[in-house]
Design a protein around this ligand. Structure first.
Ligand code: CA
Ligand code: CA
Length: 146
């Protein structure tokens, strides 16, 4: 049987998601990444935090990276933003993005859920972290897998 993480997206879909990250990051200094793995073993939020740390996503000047974490077999995901974001926003900040992803995931449109979620996250981040002239790609635009 095919690995569920590998089966989650086709390589073409992955490329489209990576392109969405690149485009979204053209309007904000925030950095967006996606991580996909089989299961969080029942600890969705703490596992997302752990992955955030493993991926060294705190290595941004403004502490404004956001991780979209997906646990395929759990049919669960969460959005984890760094402390530079949390210092400025309310706990409902990611609700719109969560809802967008959820609506697509319910219909098994995983690619579109992630793409629309990435664009939504970029729009959200833009309000607090506008794109700067001297922007660099602080965190590479890749999908990581656990
Ligand atoms: Ca950047
Ligand atoms: Ca990036």
């Amino acid at each position: 049987m095919q690995n569920p993480v590998e089966a989650f997206l086709t390589s073409v879909e992955e490329q489209k998601i990576i392109e969405a990250i690149r485009v979204a990051e053209q309007q904000t200094s925030g950095e967006i990444r996606v991580h996909i793995e089989t299961t969080s073993k029942g600890n969705l939020e703490s596992r997302a935090l752990e992955v955030f740390s493993v991926l060294k996503m705190h290595n941004t000047a403004l502490r404004n990276a956001v991780l979209i974490y997906v646990a395929v077999n759990d049919k669960a995901f969460c959005i984890y933003g760094d402390k530079g974001i949390n210092a400025l926003v309310s706990s409902s900040f990611w609700d719109d993005t969560k809802n967008i992803i959820q609506q697509h995931f319910v219909n098994r449109n995983y690619k579109q859920g992630l793409i629309d979620g990435i664009f939504s996250a970029g729009e959200q981040l833009k309000t607090h972290f506008p794109f700067a002239e001297n922007d660099t790609d602080e965190l590479s635009n890749t999908i990581s897998k656990g």
